[in-house]
Design a protein around this ligand. Sequence first.
Ligand SMILES: [Zn+2]
Length: 253
Amino acid sequence: MTTASATPAPTLGLADSSVPVAINHGPPYTIAIDPGHGGPIETGAVATDSDGNLWLEKDLNLDVALRVRALLTGAGYNVVMLRTTDSTITNFDPNDFSGSVMRESQARVDEANAAQADALVAIHFNGWIDDSLSGNEAYCDPNRSFAANSCQLASLIQQSLVSDIRADGYAVNDLGVKNDAEVNGNQDDPHSWMLGTNADFSPSVMPGTIVETLFLSNPDELAFIRRPEALDVIAAAYAKGIESYFAWLTGGQ
Ligand SMILES: [Zn+2]
């Protein structure tokens, strides 16, 4: 196994009383990986590179997730993929996008819960209408009972991605670990479906993070991503961050 060189305290100003929840079994540990989005309607971010090629976030998420699965499986982890093809796992109604996203998220959370996963990692790439925005960020929900775990998981993956992307030659902006409530900004549903608690929704019951890996909408970051070796660098950084989390949780072996 590899481990990151640093294990900093959780960010977001968590209360001093927020202590990690110990894991109650030995290895192998089970990781639920959510390759964000999927299918013809739920594409996620969309970008066009300088040669006119179209890049869809859903495809990159799945490509990286499959590489992370291979790395973690090789390191002795159980991996549960919440999708393995270019599709959603529920029927998507184009006339009810937000309702469809909620139902799809519930189905994915239900799978992670049924698998009794020890951690949930949602893999995304970012995108925004302002193409000057750049950087890497990770989210955790500071209000869950296992927030210390979730935010450490987020922090370790974030640091691993930032350091490995920089080592690969791109001086990525470290946007840090953010509050999950910032994901959708909806006052009625203040947290994302995957990590938070929301009305009429059965939440995930394990520590989790959503990671936004660079901005497809930023020309410099898309130029980094489109190189053939980039997705291996990104996947290895995810796997290293996840392994560092379990090393931290179990005493550093
Ligand atoms: Zn996304």
